[in-house]
Design a protein around this ligand. Structure first.
Ligand code: F6P
Length: 341
């Protein structure tokens, strides 16, 4: 029987376990499945475990990933690609299913160029991967952020405060716009549109002048002030060159309070958005992706990523998915703007 390896790389997100379960179920009787631990690190070090029906039971609703994950970039390691090829050879693995975002799938594409057969599965709460309408994990993150905004709404109202809610979203404001629209935000700030804090304050003032006593501002962690830089939580970058973002809400809280005189408070939702149970939508999407990835593997259709187009699961070339990030649809932002203060 042929053997397929599977790994989860990059930031975790709800639905990873549902993909693993679906891969094992679809492969049953036709392909052996070997799980590699901690993303590409498992392939560099030969750290793996056989996956079967029994050890992938009860996973559908569990957040995180039973395989573990990491931001390891094998192309930053000496002889990384050769070490991966050697691991595959030694463990009798014929092809890989890589579950990840732009970084993990970027490695998959490069390994493909080096002759390794890979199928990609798109994952990121940020929803910024091209080639697919949605990635799994996004819907869950939006629901978590929306629930938080609903809670902040009631306390904002009691205290007549401006609440600034920072959500994830490194390059794209999908989480901010979806959760902001769902939660009735008065201003939404996203990486695609550098903002002017005076304009933000102008909107809040107009809203308060017309009788409202509180406001909700939703901001992506990657949003940029027009005359400034993105807010980073620490110096340095990860193995893929990404800074650790976080903290724009701290500056906004101060900036809004100083300019308007309205009492302001900020909340950074952070990794809460990546934890816990996936929504039904994400469980179903992850399951469909897992089944489709095995089908592509069985047909030898490598160098492709399974994707959602409308309501259909399709396959797209990894190249297409990785050409550039999928930024916010300007029409969606324009719709959200109708409801700004
Ligand atoms: O890429 C997904 C993401 O959740 C981003 O929104 C965020 O900037 C980043 O991962 C955080 O990564 P880490 O878990 O390494 O802090």
């Amino acid at each position: 029987m042929k053997r397929v390896g599977i790994l989860t790389g990059g930031g975790d997100c709800p639905g990873l376990n549902a993909v693993i379960r679906a891969v094992v179920r679809r492969a049953e009787g036709e392909l052996d499945v070997l799980g590699f631990r901690y993303g590409w690190a498992g392939l560099l070090d030969g750290d793996s475990l056989p996956l079967d029906h029994d050890n992938t039971r009860g996973l559908l609703h569990r957040g995180g990933t039973i395989l573990g994950t990491s931001r390891t970039n094998p192309f930053k390691e000496d002889g990384g690609a050769e070490r991966i090829a050697a691991t595959l050879e030694a463990s009798g693995v014929d092809s890989l299913i890589a579950i990840g975002g732009e970084d993990t799938l970027g490695v998959a594409r490069r390994l493909g160029d080096e002759g390794i057969d890979v199928v990609g599965v798109p994952k990121t709460i940020d929803n910024d991967l091209a080639g697919t309408d949605f990635t799994f994990g996004f819907h869950t993150a939006v629901q978590i952020a929306t629930d938080a905004i609903d809670r902040l709404h009631t306390t904002a109202e009691s205290h007549n405060r401006v609440m600034v809610v920072e959500v994830m979203g490194r390059h794209a404001g999908w989480i901010a716009v979806y959760s902001g629209m769902a939660g009735g935000a008065d201003v939404i700030l996203v990486p695609e549109r550098p903002f002017d804090v005076d304009e933000v304050c102008g909107r809040i003032r107009r809203r308060h002048d017309s009788g409202r006593s509180f406001s909700i501002v939703v901001v992506s962690e990657g949003a940029l002030p027009k005359d400034g830089a993105e807010s980073t939580a620490s110096a340095g970058t990860d193995a893929f060159g990404h800074a650790r973002l976080g903290g724009i809400a701290v500056d906004l809280e101060r900036g809004i309070e100083e300019r308007t005189g309205y009492e302001s408070r900020m909340t950074i939702l952070g990794h809460v958005q990546r934890g816990g149970t996936p929504t039904a939508f994400d469980r179903v999407l992850a399951t469909r992706f897992g089944v489709a990835a095995v089908d592509a593997t069985r047909e030898g259709d490598f160098g492709r990523m399974v994707a959602l187009h409308g309501t259909e699961i399709v396959r797209v070339p990894l190249d297409e998915a990785l050409r550039e990030p999928k930024l916010l649809d300007p029409d969606l932002y324009a719709t959200a703007e109708v409801f700004f203060g």
